[in-house]
Design a protein around this ligand. Structure first.
Ligand code: ADP
Ligand code: ZN
Ligand code: ZN
Length: 815
């Protein structure tokens, strides 16, 4: 009697494959275990067993597996059915979900490249003979393909050897060489031993008597040390009024010493933030959430910015882990994890694990194993969207913070899933609860809450009862007419910044464009330099004296003459963060301004470094793009300025208004936290625009009603589900014909609204022309059936020979 297993491969294949196994293997294997299998001519992949049976495949001869890689399942039954749901709903193959769900350390294949691990010591490393041979080969040759290891060991079954070498930290996979997570360091200041003795100290004070400020700094240091009886951070000194320049000059003189301690070590020294209780309003919301969970599996916590949602999450998490359950805390942005990890570990110690793509493979493999074994070390998992795919055992609660954030939706590659929506499905499988938190809920979420599908809890007060920021509008048309503008700053904006800085407070300025100016124009003939590969104008970067494409990275030196007519009169149009930063240097020459956007945060910890220096008050004015709107907390910001609200409003997207509202309210929320009411200034040409009015009136409800009405009229979510079909090809005519063919078949066969084929606003990227088709599936229509029909039609499209080279992607619930 032959024995077979169904195996999924980490590839975009429509179906699992059948392999044959021996009776002994059949008895040993369980779904969720990995097997190394041959595929194609001579490739090996790490496959995942999903079923065992005795039916030979009809269309091909089943091949034998190379070997079994696990003793126990690595993937749970719930995961497998959740992945299948993701594949069906988001219209991709389960192999693609598998590939994106597993840390690549679990997915060795013949092409995987391994390298030596720098820190490995072969003397103490304790390797077996096979392992040593691989290790030795890596001494001579810096990298090896898994396939080559087979030759070195002269056998087929090599994945276990490599797996063990990875576990022993002897080798690593190439892609992670530069990726190693480091906890953030905190900067401390101390006096060297020698000054701590009485006579030296008085001598020091004496010496400094002519440098008043420095002397004051030293005295202040002593006071802090005496009163707090613990190491003094640079920030504490800053807070006490000693600025960074003075600290630096004392360090240069050798009077102060600076040293760093990793943040996650600091917090175990007994953090005094850890033990607070909830305010009465927070307590009320907390109780309401619990009551709501008795009836509803999903509850929306609609709490204004700075209402203290995180504190409520913490108390809730505590109850779930005390009852032995696991908690998943999803964040929209990796860069936010540091702040949160600090807060959660202060409370829960090392029961908190972090999982995201910036972590090395080893670290991700470790967290995977901890979650799978329900270890104490991973009671709470914090992560960006991929943490959804971990092997939870007793998941009790999922928190989705800033649930409205578009980054929860994965765009590319497949699976193009929305982590919030997929989390709700996962929670359902675990009978777990979901708490969605936001100050500006997504329209869909609020709709579900108003209709009673989700529970709803509101928190309308800032923590400490601080007033929400005062929001003022500045009419740009009027300001330009009256000549009250300096560069892109109105007189009111400049005054407010001046005043804020004079009070020792910091400023955040928001401009949702990078670079110096989004395009350059010839004053003589009107020519605008375009990217040769994409249908966009090139953005001007002044520092680099370059024109760059934001879609493909193409760049050229800034031309001195028009390429079209040779005229030297080139003008810059529009403005981005770089231009604002330069204007600030002229307007406030003795203040420190800095920029936070994709260009300055590129390095691994670029983002955190900027946030740190801003927190430490080394930066007075921070200019940035929407990165600034993402739930960061700064205590000392009293003013937020939005330099141009208009370009957010006019985006060709049905969510543009909702987004603009969310973005403005979120940035505004950075102003005035903790103790003082903040101020927000919005410069706009459209002070009467409904969205702007709703922002200034803090009128979420008004925004929601209006947008919902529009969504209803124009057939958008939550009333219709969208599936976007995108076609790409280098040949303009071919993609056009293909799109018409596909559109015709879809509209004839689906029985729902099909729109297009459309040339999108940017119709060519990296030399590929683009066409899109939008399918609108009404509520009540068979969603699953329609999606299946779409996939069938695509299969017949693929069979048309002249369209075979056209790339088609599907995006369900596109964002
Ligand atoms: P948001 O609702 O915007 O997520 P946070 O949870 O970050 O707000 O809280 C805003 C600020 O108020 C933080 O600095 C936080 O430490 C402080 N805070 C909130 N609740 C409490 C509390 N119960 N005790 C002490 N500080 C609190
Ligand atoms: Zn010209
Ligand atoms: Zn380009």
């Amino acid at each position: 009697m032959p024995f077979f297993i169904e195996v999924i491969l980490p590839l975009a294949l429509p179906k699992p494959f059948t392999y044959s196994v021996t009776q002994a293997e059949y008895a040993f294997l369980k779904p969720g275990m990995r097997v190394a299998v041959p595929f194609g001519r001579n490739k090996i992949y790490t496959g995942l067993v999903i079923a065992l049976h005795e039916n030979p495949p009809q269309l091909y001869e089943a091949r034998e597996i190379h070997q079994i890689l696990d003793d126990d399942p690595l993937v749970t039954a719930i995961q497998l059915s959740h992945w299948q749901w993701v594949a069906n709903y988001y219209m991709c193959s389960i192999g693609e979900v598998y590939r994106s769900a597993m840390p690549s350390g679990f997915l060795l294949e013949s092409e995987t490249i391994i390298t030596q691990h720098k820190d490995f010591n072969s003397e103490t490393g304790d390797l077996t003979d096979d392992e040593y041979l691989v290790y030795e080969a890596l001494q001579k040759q810096s990298a090896l393909k898994v396939q080559e290891v087979a030759a070195i060991l002269n056998k087929k079954t090599i994945l276990p050897v490599i797996n063990r070498l990875i576990t022993k930290n002897a080798v690593m996979l190439q892609e992670e060489m530069s990726e190693k997570y480091k906890p953030k360091s905190i900067r401390y200041i101390r006096l060297p031993e020698e000054f701590m003795r009485e006579e030296q100290l008085s001598e020091l004070i004496e010496v400094l008597s002519r440098a008043q400020k420095q002397r004051e700094a030293v005295m202040q240091y002593f006071q802090l040390q005496a009163s707090e009886k613990k190491p003094v951070t640079a920030k504490k000194l800053n807070d006490a009024g000693i600025n960074s320049t003075i600290i630096k000059s004392l360090v240069d003189k050798g009077i102060f010493e600076e040293y760093y301690i990793d943040e996650d070590r600091v917090k175990f020294e007994g953090n005094d933030d850890a033990g607070f209780g909830l305010s009465p309003k927070q307590k009320e919301a907390f109780d309401e959430i619990k009551t709501s969970f008795e009836q509803k599996d999903v509850t929306l916590l609609h709490g204004i910015t700075s209402s203290g949602k995180t504190e409520i999450y913490i108390k809730l998490i505590e109850e779930y882990i005390n009852s032995g359950q696991q908690v998943l805390y999803l964040l929209p942005e990796i860069a936010l994890t540091t702040q949160l990890v600090v807060r959660l570990t202060a409370y829960f110690g090392n029961q908190v694990a972090v999982f995201h793509s910036k972590y090395s493979n080893n670290e991700r493999v470790e967290v995977w194993n901890q979650v799978l074994s329900a270890s104490e070390k991973a009671k709470v998992v914090i992560g960006a969207r991929s943490a959804l795919f971990l092997p939870y055992q007793h998941l009790g609660l999922i928190i989705i913070d800033e649930e409205h954030e578009p980054t929860f939706k994965q765009q590319d590659p497949a699976p193009r899933y929305h982590a919030r929506d997929a989390a709700i499905v996962l929670a359902n499988a675990h009978k777990a609860k979901v708490l969605l938190g936001s100050a500006t809920p997504a329209i869909e979420t609020y709709y579900n809450a108003s209709g009673g599908k989700y529970g709803y809890v509101e928190l309308k007060e800032r923590y400490g009862n601080v007033m929400p920021p005062e929001i003022l509008l500045i009419d740009l048309k009027d300001k330009y007419k009256r000549k009250q503008m300096t560069g892109h700053f109105s007189d009111m904006m400049i005054e407010a910044i001046t005043e804020t800085l004079a009070n020792g407070k910091q400023v955040i300025l928001f401009q949702n464009r990078r670079g110096y100016s989004p395009w350059v124009e010839c004053l003589t003939c009107g020519h605008v330099p375009q990217c040769p590969q994409c249908d966009v104008s090139l953005t001007y970067y002044k520092y680099k004296n370059q024109l760059r494409c934001h879609y493909c990275g193409h760049h050229i030196a800034k031309p001195t003459h028009c390429h079209q007519c040779q005229s030297p009169d080139l003008d810059t149009k529009g403005f981005g963060t770089e231009q604002i930063e330069l204007e600030l240097k002229t307007l406030f020459p003795d203040k420190h301004s800095w920029r936070m956007d994709q260009d300055t945060t590129r390095g691994k910890h670029g983002y955190e470094k900027i946030i740190d220096s801003f927190k430490n008050r080394e930066i007075d004015i921070l200019v940035g793009t929407q990165m600034l709107a993402k739930g960061l907390h700064f205590d000392n910001v009293a003013l937020v300025g939005i330099l141009n609200a208009d370009n957010m409003l006019y985006q060709p997207d049905f969510r543009a208004f909702e987004r603009a509202y969310q973005m403005m309210v979120q940035v505004a929320g950075r102003a005035g936290r903790k103790d003082q009411r903040g101020k927000v200034l919005i410069q706009t040409y459209n002070p009467l625009h409904n969205i702007i009015r709703q922002v200034t009136d803090n009128d979420y409800e008004g925004m929601y009603k209006e947008q919902l009405y529009e969504r209803h009229n124009f057939k958008y979510p939550p009333f219709f589900r969208l599936v976007r079909v995108t076609l790409r090809h280098k040949d303009y005519e071919k993609v056009k014909d293909a799109a018409i063919w596909l559109f015709n078949v879809l509209s004839q066969q689906l029985g729902v609204t099909v729109l297009g084929p459309e040339e999108p606003g940017i119709n060519r990227i990296r030399n590929e022309y683009i066409r899109t088709i939008m399918i609108k599936i009404p509520q009540g229509a068979a969603l699953g059936g329609t999606k299946k029909a779409i996939e069938r039609i695509l299969a017949s499209f693929d069979a048309v020979p002249q369209y075979r080279a056209v790339r088609v992607t599907l995006n369900a619930d596109p964002y």
